[in-house]
Write a protein that binds this ligand. Structure first.
Ligand code: SF4
Length: 386
């Protein structure tokens, strides 16, 4: 692991991604990129070296944003708003070296300043005392925030002592996002996730024991055609043993920059069609049992935004949507796939709108999209959103 001991502060930094649910969070970068970086489906940090940022530099970032947040708060009117003129006045006084931090503070201010997300891919890899120092600094400046969250790898969490995790929770980290992707050892090994089902379960239970909320990401389609059933059932079994607060779905997409693309092209990986992925998600949700998690489908790549609800009471509602799609004829399925990916449909019932349906039919006609080639066209389209 490379420790970036550069003494000179390079200025305010932000990493490339955050979970969809952290769209309004303040992003604070503690490490750069991913210390693992081998997952064959993941394009985010490839060819970018991992490093730890010196804690002093992170604290300096926090101080800088805090100064701008303070001035924004002082200049707001009784409704909590700053008019454009007031904003322009503030912006004019900002030195160039602080303009990014000012933009970040402004976005956070307008988003309500309720949550903070610690970047990048596996922030809990830093020594617990450093994380606690950073969290306390955040809490000192932004005492009102309701949520501080981070991504973390299961393998890293499994190695942290329970008392250190509890101290991190006490210092303010109250939700962890884990990319479980799959609970099937065969799938985890194939995609080089660097973790086993047993470690995922151990890490998930440790997070809960420490008193933090847990959000587990699952990637439908990751097992391909061959391991689809195993992927669905083993992942459900792992989650049944953890009972996380959130289960989030993020469908597989394969841009040509990831190692999995070569496997797909050579035929070593057979990608599921949309219909096969829907069957897999149905099998997965049906196998979730005895848990109280909230299922979220908040990623732009997902075919169904409406597969959301609390277990166990919303299970039938969610499986009903999937079954309705599977019962449709191939032509209707194709229209929904295209309408959803072109942003014309958000849910199945949108197909009842003749105006929307006409637009989708027009797109299919113009681009020669049929049930036979719809998945090919959609694969190309999805790459743009990764
Ligand atoms: S651990 Fe996460 S960020 Fe790192 S390569 Fe795997 S999926 Fe990507």
């Amino acid at each position: 692991m490379k420790n970036d001991n550069t003494k000179i502060y390079q200025g305010f930094e932000q990493g490339p991604i955050r979970p969809p649910s952290e769209a309004y969070s303040l992003l604070i970068r503690v490490t750069r990129n991913c210390p693992w970086n081998f997952c064959t489906f993941c394009p985010v940090y490839k060819n970018r070296p991992f490093s730890l940022r010196p804690v002093e530099h992170v604290l300096e970032d926090i101080d800088m944003v805090a100064r701008h947040v303070d001035s924004l708060r002082k200049n707001r009117d009784s409704r909590g708003i700053i008019d454009r003129e007031g904003l322009n006045d503030l912006a004019r006084k900002i030195p160039n070296t602080e303009s990014q931090a000012f933009q970040v503070a402004m976005r956070w201010f307008s988003g309500g300043m309720r949550s903070i997300f610690i970047q990048d891919a596996n922030s809990l890899i830093i020594p617990p005392p450093d994380m606690i120092r950073i969290l306390k600094h955040l809490k000192k400046h932004f005492y009102w925030v309701e949520r501080i969250t981070s991504y973390a790898r299961s393998r890293t969490i499994a190695r942290i002592k329970d008392e250190d995790l509890a101290a991190i929770a006490d210092a303010g980290l109250n939700r962890i996002h884990i990319g479980m992707e799959s609970g099937a050892d065969s799938v985890l090994e194939k995609v080089k996730k660097g973790v086993t089902k047993a470690v995922h379960i151990k890490a998930g239970l440790k997070v809960k024991k420490a008193g933090m909320q847990l959000s587990e990401y699952v990637m439908p389609g990751l097992g391909g055609k061959n391991l689809s059933k195993e992927h669905a059932l083993e992942t459900a079994d792992a989650l049944n043993q953890i009972d996380p607060e959130f289960i989030r779905l993020r469908s597989l997409a394969i841009p040509n920059t990831v190692p999995l693309f070569a496997e797909w092209e050579s035929g070593r990986f057979e990608k599921c069609t949309d219909v096969e992925t829907v069957k897999e998600i149905l099998m997965f949700i049906e196998a979730l049992d005895g848990i109280y998690s909230e299922i979220k489908s908040d990623h732009v790549l997902n075919l169904f935004e409406e597969i959301e609800g609390k277990l166990p009471q919303d299970k039938e509602k969610m499986t009903g949507v999937l079954q309705t799609f599977l019962d449709m004829d191939p032509n209707q399925q194709c229209l929904f796939q295209v309408g959803r990916r072109f942003g014309i449909f958000r849910q199945l019932s949108d197909m009842n709108s003749p105006r929307r349906l006409d637009r989708v039919e027009e797109i299919c006609k113009k681009n020669g999209i049929t049930p036979e080639n719809a998945d090919l066209v959609i694969d190309e389209l999805m790459k743009r959103f990764i």
